[in-house]
Design a protein around this ligand. Sequence first.
Ligand code: ZN
Length: 443
Amino acid sequence: MRGRAVTFRADPFQDGPAAALVHEPDALIVIEDGHIAAFGPHDALRPTLPEGTPVTTYPRAVISAGFVDTHVHYPQLPMIAAYGEQLLEWLERYTFPTEARYADAGYAARVARRFLRELLRAGTTTAAVYCTVHPQSVDAFFTESARLDTRMVAGKVLMDRNAPDALRDTAQGGYDDSLALIDRWHGNGRQLYAVTPRFAATSTERQLDLAGSLLRQRDGLFMQTHLSENVAEVEWIRRLFPSRRSYLDVYAHAGLVGPRGVLGHGVHVDEDTFHTCHATGCAMAHCPTSNLFLGSGAFRLFDALDPRRPVRVGLGTDMGAGTSLSQLQTLNEAYKVAQSTGRRLHPVQAFWLATAGGARSLHLDDRIGTIAPGIEADLCVLDPYATPLMAQRAEECDTIEDLLFVLMMLGDDRSVRATYVAGALAHDRDHDPDHDRDAPPAE
Ligand SMILES: [Zn+2]
């Protein structure tokens, strides 16, 4: 693949944007067996290719590693943009009734298909995904992801209290179902399993303990849950677990806090919580569109990334509380949230968060998130001229940083020209056979 490309050699929050960014104005990306075999200036690399090697050229585009979404709920696709509530009432009124429909495996398969197609249209090639309490919702998701060969992290929601009857499992039943799903899917091709207690309020202590023991059953398992999203929620957790020092301590006590753990939100947390995440390698998922939509508050990104004890932070859409599956749109809101806390999110830092930083937060940076030899060839081709307004603005750009900023402020799925999964073209905006046809409403 030939075109302008950006990737990262370091963390721009720690080392500065200039030291971190790799910008190749005319790059060649050599792809072999689903992996990147070589990356560098076109003129230097082209003579090394065997004669007749096909080269796809993307003029006026910016090629990036595929986006990494570290927190998203596929079953909520049909209820994105649900009016009027904050977190706990929103769960009660919209989320739980929607999630109850996933007892139907056929319904789950239809939404999973639609969701993964939307992710690819947004340039996202890896995501950490919540399914529902139903094991069939997980089978539906991984079946479709395996068909597409996308590298996905997902798991069955564990929820044995404070939820409607139709959405409750039991501590033991949830454990048994999760273990069977782990055996079926964890490490099956590119699929990875995440033990997924929804949040501390919907699991008994016994269920959280069993979730911790699940994590120890196989190597490389993930853990995802929610932490300190909303003030009323934090207060509820305090009442449910009076003997724990903090919200995070509820999870730590159950053995859930460590590498490959991903905590959604972390809006209302103290220094001690950041410190524990840093020390254990547990990540936080920053979900700005969701936090704004539900009026939850502002994540303190730059406090989390304090160089004295940086937390691993990824970017999450948190759709359906998040209002877009586009990481470009999510960066737009992340920039504004940072502004509201008096900080500036540099475009190089922003794109790192959405790619290499997300991969690092999931401890997957040896496999995805950058353009470099040996890394899996998940790529997106961004078009800064996607709309008349963007084209007009892009013409004014003198630097790659300026162009990236235009993409994150004005871009969305229209500016994703193509998405590649393991080296194969998985979405082509201008020749998308799926776009109008074959898109049944998720009913
Ligand atoms: Zn969430």
